[in-house]
Design a protein around this ligand. Structure first.
Ligand SMILES: [Zn+2]
Length: 333
């Protein structure tokens, strides 16, 4: 058995141990010079608000205990691909090599959300952090570890089927949004919904807005966005405009800023998240852009969640505390 598999098997043992104690099943070890030098289990307690992820616990055990040199030469093995908070903790420890058992994609079969294809390595690299993520290793075996989730044994197939049902029910509840360009036949809806100090705006102003959008769209080319403004509509009633969103290239044509303005009655229903996802798809697939920026008011919880759930990652904040988000397209080899 190769060494990666040997260390991963130990992570799985630790994960099952955590599960049998009533925790969620995750485990991690740090390997230096062919030897496991530290081990940790998950001790997260959702009710008490204790984070306790296995990798985070491992980082705590190692911090100020081993020299930077030892840590740099070490490899962290973890039963499941690390969450963003743990990746940051591992980066702060100075460990550059991470091997995971279960991938983000496979794990997402057991969580309500889908795995979003973020290239975490290149994201960290752009922040000047070297980290190599390797895996999956013994993924099938790792998935069966989740059968011991929270002490009660349940077969993997049952867990996956149950989550698939929850996901399907959630999907059918949400109305799907369509993002589309507007034409003259949308004039009354544009006049009713166009964001301005005085709404509705006049027919002339709406007409001006439509031709302004058309002119801007004509300037957009693959790899370069000037301005893209789309009406947010629902599949059930595509003629009604629920709001506006798009990509603003004034600061950067290659990494434009996302904007979303939903009418009050359509907020907090998951439409914002769908807009973010679709705009990221348009930016990366249709226009081949390397990334997208985003920001929102720090008190706007709905926008903040839409950015995060849509797949953007908060990387900082403005001086006034408003969060700044970014999405980096997965680099294709
Ligand atoms: Zn974590």
């Amino acid at each position: 058995m190769n060494n990666d598999k040997r260390y991963m098997k130990r992570c799985y043992e630790l994960a099952v141990q955590a599960g049998k104690k009533g925790f969620d099943t995750f485990g991690a070890v740090l390997v230096h010079d062919g030897k496991i030098i530290e081990e940790a289990e998950n001790t997260a307690d959702w009710e008490k608000g204790i984070f306790g992820h296995a990798e985070f616990n491992l980082v705590h055990k190692c911090a100020n205990r081993y020299s930077d040199m030892v840590l740099k030469e070490s490899t962290l093995y973890t039963s499941c691909a690390p969450c963003e908070r743990c990746l940051c903790a591992i980066a702060s420890l100075g460990v550059e090599n991470v091997v995971f058992g279960v991938s983000y994609e496979a794990f997402s079969q057991l969580t309500p959300g889908d795995a979003f294809p973020v290239d975490r390595e290149s994201l960290l690299r752009k922040l000047g952090i070297q980290m190599k993520l390797t895996g999956p290793v013994l993924e099938d075996e790792g998935m069966h570890v989740f059968e011991w989730w929270g002490s009660e044994y349940r077969p993997l197939e049952e867990l996956i089927a149950e989550m698939a049902e929850i996901k399907a029910a959630d999907k059918s509840k949400e109305r799907q949004v369509i993002l589309r360009t507007v034409t003259e036949k949308d004039l009354p809806e544009v006049a009713r919904t166009w964001p301005s100090d005085h709404s509705p705006v006049s027919k002339e102003e709406a007409h001006g807005a439509i031709s302004y959008m058309r002119d801007n769209h004509a300037k957009n080319t693959r790899g370069c966005i000037h301005h893209l403004c789309l009406a947010v509509c629902g599949t059930e009633d595509p003629d009604t405009i629920m709001g506006w969103c798009g990509l603003d290239g004034r600061r950067s044509h290659t990494e434009p800023e996302i904007f979303i303005l939903l009418d009050e009655e359509y907020r907090n229903r998951g439409y914002g998240t769908q807009c973010v996802k679709e705009l990221l798809r348009i930016a990366t697939e249709d226009y081949g852009l390397p990334g997208v920026h985003g920001g929102c008011d720090k008190d706007n919880i709905a926008s903040r969640r839409a950015m995060e759930k849509g797949g953007m990652i908060q990387y900082g904040a403005e001086d006034n505390g408003d969060p700044l988000f970014r999405f980096i397209a997965t680099e294709k080899d």
